[in-house]
Design a protein around this ligand. Sequence first.
Ligand code: BGC
Length: 360
Amino acid sequence: MKRIVAVMMAFCIGTFAYAGGGQQGGGDSGKIKIGVSMPTKSLQRWNQDGANMKDQLEKAGYAVDLQYGGDNDIPTQVAQLENMISTGCKALVIAAIDGSSLTEVLKEAKAKGIAVISYDRLIMNSDAVSYYATFDNFKVGTMQGQYIESQLNLKTAAGPFNIELFTGAPDDNNVNFFFGGAMSVLEPYIQSGKLKVLSGQTTKAQCATNNWSTEESQKRMENLITANKYGPNGTKLDAVLSSNDSVANGITNALVAAGYTKANFPILTGQDCDVTSTKNLIAGTQSMSVFKDTRTLAAKAVEMVNAIAKGSTVSVNDTNTYDNGIKVIPSFLCDPVVVTTSNYKEALLDSGYYQASQIQ
Ligand code: BGC
């Protein structure tokens, strides 16, 4: 209780000018309320992010208004934010569905002196954003590119090798970093002809997957298989770059349906270590994933909220990279980790991220 009072005091006298004030309602009356806005319930990681943040914020003494934007529904997310702003949230932690759709609603937040932390995805075109907590997104992409480079031995092998490229939602700023990072490794090999993209689809727009949808990536992979006659007995497909797991899952479905097995599966990348992908890793129908521990990211966002509340220095480790079109947002980039069959037990089970029964 003592702690909550201390935090409340700090919010009042902190660096924010809380013009609006606002009431905290319900059983949480008297507590500072923090709004947490996640994009969707349909992908596992956001459920974990939301739950971790609620838990950690509540333990720190705050009341939490946690909302999910339906199934990636932008108007729903905007309406939820409007509600958080009008019901007295003192800080908002937001993972945007569409990074560019929150400019208007956040003007209101800024006018009320509400702190805005951009979570995982950068909110674009808004001067209301105070800080950004994320993983090193460019590094995620380079890890995927380097994995393909080392598995195909691109530095020394003669090739050529066939590859197809998939990334995520074009309205997610992270895609520029994931795809950009991967292509920074792969592009020279495509230029030299050591890697061949038979579809000819190499631009971010051509490789995008709306809403990071498994169904969409599956359809695109099925079309690529048909058009280029890829198959265990057809044209050899050596690798598929996928920026994340939900997209990789669709690719796996299409490749398995085309007859690929563990014995001849193309190299396939991912990100998040979702349950389905972890099972696919173990089964040999996905090669790697990039682990971004949602507990670490949630803890970083909570730490930012606390520092802002106390008016103390917010710890960041990048003040150059993330320009949201209005200003460079001071960011904290957490470290991603490559996960394969050789280290998944240590990374995911020993760390308590999953129980063994969840990924069997
Ligand atoms: C996140 C990824 C996630 C993807 C789809 C990205 O912004 O950084 O971890 O896989 O969204 O939800």
